[in-house]
Design a protein around this ligand. Sequence first.
Ligand SMILES: Cc1ncc(COP(=O)(O)O)c(C=O)c1O
Length: 400
Amino acid sequence: MHKQGDIVKKAIHVDKAKRIEALPPYLFAEIDRKKKEMAGKGVDVIDLGIGDPDLPTPPRIVEAMKGAIGNASTHRYPSYRGMPEFRESVARWYRRRFDVDLDPDREVLILIGSKEGIAHIPLAFVDPGDVVLIPSPGYPVYRVASLFAGGVPHVLPLVKENRFLPEFSEIPPDLSQKAKLLFINYPNNPTGAVADWEFFEKVVGFASEHNIIVCHDAAYTEIAYEGYRPSSFLEVEGAKEVGVEFHSLSKTFNMTGWRVAFAVGNGEVIEGLGKIKTNVDSGVFEAIQRAGVEALEHWSDQDRQILEIYQRRRDLMVEALWEAGFELEKPMATFYLWIEVPGGYTSTEFATLLLTEAGIVATPGNGFGQRGEGYVRMSLTTGEERLQEAARRLKKLKFR
Ligand SMILES: Cc1ncc(COP(=O)(O)O)c(C=O)c1O
């Protein structure tokens, strides 16, 4: 301890902000601890917990990045909204893929991953006490970001009986009146559910009636099977008048580590989100944006070959789960299996059983909100050989 005269320099008392204290406990911590414990005992742990593509980014995108990084002009601060060239590529891709017209100047904003945009958007539109409608189960960022803005999350339950689509007529009218934002996400993490046009039309009707900004998280539109092509929310008439869509290169091109995504849609909403971002970040590294241009401009069937790989993995795992006595449908999209827990176990109990009895890590469903209780999620972002081993172990698993 150093002394300066008589003053003793004590360590300060670190008081966390209430918004941090209010965060839900880290539900994965216990599983993580057990995973390490099992691995320490020499158990060969198969991790199906994380939804992070194991396949590499297509070489043409990596090459574009290599070229761009050698160009010193990419080394400076990027433009806040994203390079015009990349925003134009996004608009062209939306036209090609969804037949949706976007103005690259007003209706496209480049993001440092869609998580970043989702986390920031409530700061632009939610005042303390405003209601934010969030799905449960759902991607946890919707809730936390709403809380950070002082918003009051109101849960929209996603239940199997309603094909994991929210039922707007069940929202108390005073809450619909107070709601500022609505988060939806199809194809859906964690349930793997998909939405049809009819549902998106309902969303537009509900939002326009109650003056609610729709944030559609479309991170998984390109991960779909058997020729199914999920729609953009913006394809539906009137959608651009009520909201925006978040899209990401992360899953489509195996680029989770690159941190590049975009928000598109309503110009005023895009402007509001952009205003928050200019004050907290300085955009995406230009070399990455140039690689993003390559990704979108030359998007082809070759990029879609990953779908055959995921589909084989999906079939292998779902069929193994059927044989082991589980009931679930083959998801039409996403690389997640949303599995009802058998035998009256809680999500956490069953995830623990899977780990201790079969050496398999699955994510307990309650990590995605209360309505995820009674489920576990398995991710298909692990190679076929490991999944085959997981399948063998599942078939031998004994549960009540
Ligand atoms: C539903 C959903 N939205 C958004 C994201 C964030 O993706 P990224 O920030 O890599 O674009 C994820 C990532 O897992 C996700 O599952």
